[in-house]
Design a protein around this ligand. Structure first.
Ligand code: GDP
Ligand code: MG
Length: 431
């Protein structure tokens, strides 16, 4: 079943991590409902109240627990399920063997007290506190992303995952409409439409091909159908469509709204492309984050120049990072622009594993990038402060790196005749 909903997985010891916030921002922008799974309850972690509080404070979402952990770390005994009024027992031993759930309709409960021992009293108190706090589940607020149902469990030991997925299929809404140049496209619309939301190279080391992931928005997708490619302005044939699950892929004959289809990508697709049987449709662009981390990418393998360039181009097409170059030929190393620190490691390890090129990154202290738009003569005449770096993107458009908001604001103020824009603003304004 296809759904329009996201799962936020938190580490019970770490809570909200920087990448969680970024992904959350995407969901917020699109009003996608979020279910939360707090993982690793079998290990020492933070108190559940502390975690709920962090979700509410940092993400501004009401967090409503659907189950509640009993005991913590090595004393973790299971969860109390508020919906079904039963306790699911966690068993550390016995090859995942599960004890039958115990029905607990009300508290206090003598039988449960006896079963849980020392863990009973805190559970009873915490459930009392939750009842008192009185945040009830509200479907409307869930659908608008203002409220998230929260489930505690342990993925590694497959504890609480099944009940979570059951709740997910119950709660998550079916695929909704998507905004396009011609207004909302409903999943029930007859004309086929979809958009590319992800590209990945070398998914399968045996095939070494690039896969474009197409999300179907309306109509019926059929193998070998001819569709209009909005950005290229021409028709293409949908050959070799795949269904992907983890590392497995199988070819398919048809697909429906909400489904994701993998297309082997011979360089035809980029993220955000619209495919449709109606040539007048073009879906709104996919939002992306401005880069915040920059570094010069060095390689010692001079002999691998071709592989190095190919790797960089493919990783940039996937949206892993962006590549900038110096306008003069003195500094040859490209500058990587990434949304998070982790992406540098991804680039280095993928260049090595998939393209056979060893690299390293020298971090730059800069934190902001802006495209410079204006009369070329005016741009050439700008006096740039010493801490800025002048670069070009792949299309040869000028980009400046700044270390601080303060310095950027200063440059904007001293150069009223030119514009400092984000990539999104640049692309919305058209080429
Ligand atoms: N004890 C325990 N370890 C887990 C659980 N889920 C994942 N891990 C382990 O945690 C490590 C990091 O995985 P995880 O935090 O899920 O991935 P991340 O998304 O890259 O942070 C891996 O070694 C996993 O096997 C769990 O429920 N319990
Ligand atoms: Mg982790």
């Amino acid at each position: 079943m296809a759904v329009d909903s996201a799962v936020m997985v938190l580490d019970g010891a770490k809570g909200i991590e920087p990448q969680t916030k970024k992904l959350f921002a995407v969901c917020r922008k699109r009003g996608i409902p979020i279910l939360t799974f707090i993982n690793k309850m079998d290990q020492p972690g933070r108190h559940p109240f502390d975690l709920l509080d962090e979700i509410e404070r940092t993400l501004g979402m009401t967090a409503v627990p659907f189950n509640w952990p009993i005991g913590e770390g090595s004393g973790f005994q299971g969860v109390y399920d508020f919906q079904n009024h039963h306790v699911l027992f966690f068993e550390r031993t016995a090859h995942n063997q599960r004890r039958a759930p115990m029905t607990v309709d009300s508290f206090p409960n003598a039988r449960l007290a006896e079963t849980l021992g020392d863990a009973y009293r805190p559970l009873q108190e915490e459930i009392g506190l939750l009842k008192g706090a009185g945040t009830a589940f509200d479907r409307t607020r869930f659908l608008t992303g203002e409220l998230t149902p929260v489930f505690f469990g342990s993925a590694l030991t497959n504890f609480g995952v099944g009940p979570f997925l059951d709740a997910f299929t119950q709660l998550a809404p079916p695929p909704g409409p998507r905004h396009s140049s011609r207004g909302a496209i409903e999943p029930t619309d007859e004309q086929f439409s979809g958009f590319v939301f992800k590209i990945q190279a070398n998914m399968d080391p045996q095939h070494r091909d690039r896969m474009a992931f197409l999300r179907i928005c309306s109509g019926r997708f059929e193998k070998d159908m001819m569709v209009h490619h909005a950005r290229l302005g021409r028709k293409i044939r949908m050959t070799r469509p795949h269904r992907l699950f983890g590392r497995d892929r199988e070819t398919i004959d048809e697909a429906y709204p909400g489904d994701v289809v993998g297309l082997v990508n011979p360089g035809l697709f980029t993220i955000g492309d619209t495919l449709s049987s109606d040539s007048s449709i073009s879906f709104d662009p996919i939002p992306h984050f401005p880069p915040e981390c920059f570094g010069r990418l060095r390689t010692q393998d001079i002999s691998k120049h071709k592989q190095f360039q190919k790797g960089l181009q493919q990783l940039e097409e996937e949206g892993v990072m962006q590549i900038f170059h110096s306008p003069d030929q003195i500094r040859r190393e490209p500058v990587l622009a990434a949304v998070g620190e982790l992406q540098f490691d991804v680039v280095i390890s993928r260049l090595e594993n998939e393209y056979g090129v060893k690299t390293s990154v020298d971090r730059l202290p800069h934190a902001l990038a802006r495209w410079i738009v204006g009369d070329p003569a005016a741009i050439a005449a700008v006096y740039w402060p010493a801490d800025t770096i002048r670069l070009l993107d792949r299309q040869g458009r000028p980009v400046m790196l700044f270390m601080t908001d303060h310095l950027l604001a200063y440059c904007i103020k001293s150069n009223p005749s030119i514009k400092f824009v984000l990539r999104e603003e640049l692309e919305q304004a058209g080429p």
